[in-house]
Design a binder for this molecule. Structure first.
Ligand code: INI
Length: 168
Protein backbone atom coordinates (compact mmCIF):
# COMPACT_ATOMS: atom_id res chain seq x y z
CA UNK A 1 0.00 0.00 0.00
CA UNK A 2 1.24 3.46 -0.80
CA UNK A 3 -0.08 6.32 1.33
CA UNK A 4 0.78 9.80 0.10
CA UNK A 5 0.37 12.82 2.32
CA UNK A 6 1.86 16.30 2.22
CA UNK A 7 3.92 17.36 5.24
CA UNK A 8 4.18 20.70 7.01
CA UNK A 9 7.74 21.66 6.18
CA UNK A 10 7.53 24.92 4.25
CA UNK A 11 11.25 25.31 3.49
CA UNK A 12 11.85 26.32 -0.10
CA UNK A 13 8.15 26.80 -0.93
CA UNK A 14 7.01 29.90 -2.77
CA UNK A 15 3.56 31.09 -1.72
CA UNK A 16 1.34 33.95 -2.88
CA UNK A 17 -1.35 35.43 -0.66
CA UNK A 18 -4.18 37.40 -2.24
CA UNK A 19 -5.83 39.69 0.30
CA UNK A 20 -8.69 42.18 -0.20
CA UNK A 21 -8.79 45.56 1.57
CA UNK A 22 -12.61 45.25 1.87
CA UNK A 23 -13.34 44.54 5.56
CA UNK A 24 -9.70 45.30 6.30
CA UNK A 25 -10.31 45.02 10.04
CA UNK A 26 -10.76 41.29 9.43
CA UNK A 27 -8.55 40.65 6.39
CA UNK A 28 -5.49 42.29 7.98
CA UNK A 29 -5.83 39.77 10.86
CA UNK A 30 -6.23 36.90 8.42
CA UNK A 31 -3.06 38.07 6.66
CA UNK A 32 -1.17 38.21 9.97
CA UNK A 33 -2.31 34.65 10.72
CA UNK A 34 -1.31 33.39 7.28
CA UNK A 35 2.15 34.97 7.45
CA UNK A 36 2.66 33.57 10.94
CA UNK A 37 1.61 30.09 9.78
CA UNK A 38 3.88 30.14 6.73
CA UNK A 39 6.98 31.52 8.43
CA UNK A 40 6.64 29.38 11.56
CA UNK A 41 6.74 26.35 9.28
CA UNK A 42 9.84 27.36 7.40
CA UNK A 43 8.60 29.42 4.45
CA UNK A 44 11.11 32.20 3.95
CA UNK A 45 9.85 35.79 3.97
CA UNK A 46 11.52 36.41 0.61
CA UNK A 47 9.45 33.56 -0.91
CA UNK A 48 6.10 35.10 0.08
CA UNK A 49 4.23 37.43 -2.24
CA UNK A 50 1.32 39.42 -0.82
CA UNK A 51 -1.06 40.84 -3.41
CA UNK A 52 -3.49 43.44 -2.05
CA UNK A 53 -6.74 43.95 -3.98
CA UNK A 54 -9.90 46.06 -3.45
CA UNK A 55 -12.48 43.32 -2.73
CA UNK A 56 -12.94 39.57 -2.91
CA UNK A 57 -14.40 39.76 -6.44
CA UNK A 58 -11.05 41.08 -7.69
CA UNK A 59 -9.41 37.85 -6.47
CA UNK A 60 -10.76 36.11 -9.58
CA UNK A 61 -8.77 38.25 -12.03
CA UNK A 62 -5.75 38.24 -9.71
CA UNK A 63 -5.76 34.46 -9.43
CA UNK A 64 -5.82 34.05 -13.19
CA UNK A 65 -2.82 36.37 -13.58
CA UNK A 66 -0.86 34.62 -10.80
CA UNK A 67 -1.62 31.19 -12.26
CA UNK A 68 -0.44 32.34 -15.70
CA UNK A 69 2.91 33.37 -14.19
CA UNK A 70 3.48 29.90 -12.63
CA UNK A 71 5.83 31.38 -10.00
CA UNK A 72 4.32 29.84 -6.86
CA UNK A 73 3.89 26.42 -5.25
CA UNK A 74 0.57 27.45 -3.71
CA UNK A 75 -1.77 30.44 -3.67
CA UNK A 76 -3.89 31.46 -0.69
CA UNK A 77 -6.99 33.59 -1.22
CA UNK A 78 -8.07 35.41 1.91
CA UNK A 79 -11.17 37.55 2.32
CA UNK A 80 -14.10 38.49 4.50
CA UNK A 81 -17.52 38.52 2.90
CA UNK A 82 -19.98 39.76 5.48
CA UNK A 83 -23.75 39.72 4.95
CA UNK A 84 -25.20 43.18 4.35
CA UNK A 85 -28.72 44.34 3.61
CA UNK A 86 -28.69 43.40 -0.05
CA UNK A 87 -28.16 40.41 -2.32
CA UNK A 88 -24.62 41.66 -3.12
CA UNK A 89 -23.18 39.45 -0.34
CA UNK A 90 -24.55 36.30 -1.98
CA UNK A 91 -23.13 37.21 -5.36
CA UNK A 92 -19.64 37.94 -4.00
CA UNK A 93 -19.60 34.87 -1.71
CA UNK A 94 -20.85 32.51 -4.43
CA UNK A 95 -18.64 33.80 -7.21
CA UNK A 96 -15.37 33.70 -5.28
CA UNK A 97 -16.17 30.20 -4.00
CA UNK A 98 -17.04 28.99 -7.50
CA UNK A 99 -13.98 30.63 -9.05
CA UNK A 100 -11.56 29.01 -6.59
CA UNK A 101 -13.17 25.60 -7.18
CA UNK A 102 -13.01 26.04 -10.96
CA UNK A 103 -9.39 27.21 -10.97
CA UNK A 104 -8.48 24.23 -8.79
CA UNK A 105 -10.06 21.89 -11.33
CA UNK A 106 -7.72 23.12 -14.04
CA UNK A 107 -4.65 24.47 -12.27
CA UNK A 108 -1.50 22.54 -11.42
CA UNK A 109 -0.90 24.99 -8.56
CA UNK A 110 -3.14 24.42 -5.51
CA UNK A 111 -5.33 27.34 -4.46
CA UNK A 112 -6.48 27.53 -0.85
CA UNK A 113 -9.83 29.09 0.04
CA UNK A 114 -9.35 31.32 3.07
CA UNK A 115 -12.41 33.51 2.54
CA UNK A 116 -14.75 33.93 5.50
CA UNK A 117 -18.45 34.19 4.70
CA UNK A 118 -20.31 35.27 7.81
CA UNK A 119 -23.54 36.94 8.91
CA UNK A 120 -21.83 39.48 11.15
CA UNK A 121 -18.56 41.34 11.62
CA UNK A 122 -18.27 39.74 15.07
CA UNK A 123 -18.41 36.22 13.59
CA UNK A 124 -15.71 37.20 11.12
CA UNK A 125 -13.45 38.71 13.80
CA UNK A 126 -13.88 35.57 15.92
CA UNK A 127 -12.51 33.52 13.03
CA UNK A 128 -9.67 35.95 12.41
CA UNK A 129 -7.92 35.43 15.71
CA UNK A 130 -10.34 36.68 18.35
CA UNK A 131 -12.05 33.47 19.57
CA UNK A 132 -12.25 30.59 17.12
CA UNK A 133 -8.69 30.43 15.81
CA UNK A 134 -7.39 32.26 12.78
CA UNK A 135 -8.55 31.00 9.37
CA UNK A 136 -5.55 32.71 7.80
CA UNK A 137 -3.20 30.52 9.84
CA UNK A 138 -5.25 27.44 8.91
CA UNK A 139 -5.11 28.42 5.23
CA UNK A 140 -1.32 28.68 5.48
CA UNK A 141 -1.10 25.13 6.86
CA UNK A 142 -3.31 23.83 4.06
CA UNK A 143 -1.18 25.67 1.48
CA UNK A 144 2.03 24.07 2.77
CA UNK A 145 0.45 20.61 2.88
CA UNK A 146 -1.00 20.90 -0.64
CA UNK A 147 2.21 22.35 -2.13
CA UNK A 148 4.11 19.39 -0.66
CA UNK A 149 1.42 16.95 -1.80
CA UNK A 150 1.73 18.25 -5.35
CA UNK A 151 5.48 17.58 -5.31
CA UNK A 152 5.03 14.18 -3.69
CA UNK A 153 2.36 12.99 -6.12
CA UNK A 154 4.76 13.67 -8.95
CA UNK A 155 7.77 12.16 -7.20
CA UNK A 156 6.10 9.09 -5.68
CA UNK A 157 3.58 8.19 -8.36
CA UNK A 158 5.00 9.48 -11.61
CA UNK A 159 8.58 8.48 -10.96
CA UNK A 160 7.61 5.07 -9.52
CA UNK A 161 5.39 4.30 -12.48
CA UNK A 162 8.16 5.35 -14.86
CA UNK A 163 10.80 3.27 -13.12
CA UNK A 164 8.41 0.29 -13.52
CA UNK A 165 8.60 0.93 -17.22
CA UNK A 166 4.98 2.03 -17.48
CA UNK A 167 3.81 4.75 -19.81
CA UNK A 168 2.49 7.95 -18.27
N1 INI B 1 -16.06 42.44 -1.02
C1 INI B 1 -15.58 41.71 0.02
O1 INI B 1 -14.41 41.31 0.01
N2 INI B 1 -16.39 41.45 1.09
C2 INI B 1 -17.69 41.87 1.15
O2 INI B 1 -18.38 41.61 2.16
C3 INI B 1 -18.21 42.59 0.06
N3 INI B 1 -19.59 43.02 0.08
O3 INI B 1 -20.40 42.44 0.81
O4 INI B 1 -19.98 43.94 -0.66
C4 INI B 1 -17.34 42.88 -1.03
N4 INI B 1 -17.80 43.61 -2.09
C5 INI B 1 -16.92 44.26 -3.02
C6 INI B 1 -16.56 43.37 -4.19
O5 INI B 1 -15.69 42.32 -3.77
C7 INI B 1 -15.84 44.15 -5.29
O6 INI B 1 -14.68 44.75 -4.78
C8 INI B 1 -16.71 45.24 -5.93
O7 INI B 1 -17.95 44.70 -6.33
C9 INI B 1 -16.00 45.83 -7.19
O8 INI B 1 -15.78 44.83 -8.17
Amino acid sequence: MMVIQGGYNGEGLKVAIVVPRFNDLVTSKLLEGALDGLMRHGVSEKDITVVKIPGSMEAIYTLRKLLDLELHDAIIVLGAVIRGETYHFNVVANEIGKAVAQFNMKSDIPIVFGVLTTDTLEQALNRAGAKSGNKGFEAAMVAIEMANLRKQLRRDLFETSNSNGRER
